[in-house]
Design a protein around this ligand. Structure first.
Ligand SMILES: [Ca+2]
Length: 284
């Protein structure tokens, strides 16, 4: 299963959400996956910092997949990233885990790209126009580059969208982090770099746990987690509100999944990371 990850990973940086790190690790560790490469985008951190984080995590995971520094702001275009995305093989899974600047630029360069690969998107909210009180902004990926989000939602493409209220049901807290850290050195790396994020969860989430947003679409794309979808025609309104729009092309929207099964899948990948399956790094 060929996979490309476009992300705003901050796991390994001094601030920013750590969920992209878990998703990228899953793509490097899943036995059936062939991680073709990673491109970075601004969001949780800058594109350059994200590229450093991705490189270090892939080193830990034993992956030599290339890491490309991508867009560092809304509507930015990095030709090397556009070329890499446009060159993805038919049937590739393109995980879009940050603002959609790189992805929109690639679809603009090659409008047929969306028919060759499957886009996995994270963001938006079908249920509210409001804000998550009190410190978390209403939306993130779609709101940081709304022009790109509109273009990706309107493109002729195979799209799977994971709204935030769905993704936020997969959470880890101290007990799960301790359990993960016992599984492998790779998992310990993830946990060690998540502790600063955990420290602020009471303030940020009013809970002693945080969501692994991006891991949900990653597990589903990798075939590690069943997810229920329904087809909807959606357009972006305001800061990440998704509303039905009849003339919009269809998007498969994630409705729900079993959070316990998702955590079990993460535990499974952490306990048997690819490099322990012998030399060569697994299939492909
Ligand atoms: Ca992300």
């Amino acid at each position: 299963l060929p996979v490309w990850v476009d992300c705003d990973i901050a796991l390994g940086a001094s601030k920013g959400d750590v969920d992209d790190g878990y998703a990228l690790f899953a793509c490097a560790a899943a036995p059936g996956a062939r991680l073709l490469g990673v491109s970075t985008v601004f969001g949780n951190t800058g594109a350059a910092t994200a590229a450093g984080c991705a490189r270090r995590l892939l080193d830990v995971a034993g992956s030599r997949a290339p890491v490309l520094r991508g867009a560092d702001g809304p509507a930015a275009v990095v030709p090397a990233v556009v070329d890499a995305l446009v060159a993805l093989p038919r049937g590739a899974q393109l995980l879009c885990l940050g603002p959609l600047s790189n992805v929109a630029a690639a679809l603009r360069a090659d409008p047929a790209l969306g028919r060759r690969v499957t886009l996995w998107l994270v963001g938006g909210d079908l249920t509210t126009w409001g804000r998550f009180p009190p410190y978390w902004p209403f939306e993130f990926n779609l709101a940081l580059d709304p022009g790109a989000a509109r273009a990706v939602l309107a493109a002729d493409a195979e799209r799977r969208l994971f709204p935030l209220p769905v993704c936020r049901r997969l959470r880890v807290g101290p007990r799960r982090l301790r359990q993960l850290a016992r599984t492998s050195p790779e998992a310990r790396y993830l946990v060690r770099h998540s502790l600063r994020w955990l420290a602020y969860t009471p303030l940020r989430y009013q809970a002693l746990s945080f969501p692994l947003w991006d891991l949900v679409p990653a597990l589903c794309a990798l075939g590690e987690l069943p997810v229920r979808f329904s087809a909807r025609r959606l357009a972006l309104h305001g800061r990440g509100g998704l509303r039905p729009q009849e003339d919009a092309p269809p998007t498969l929207c994630a409705d729900g999944f079993d959070p316990a099964a998702a955590y079990e899948a993460l535990l499974r990948l952490c306990a048997a990371p690819r490099q322990e399956r012998g030399p060569g790094g697994g299939p492909g």
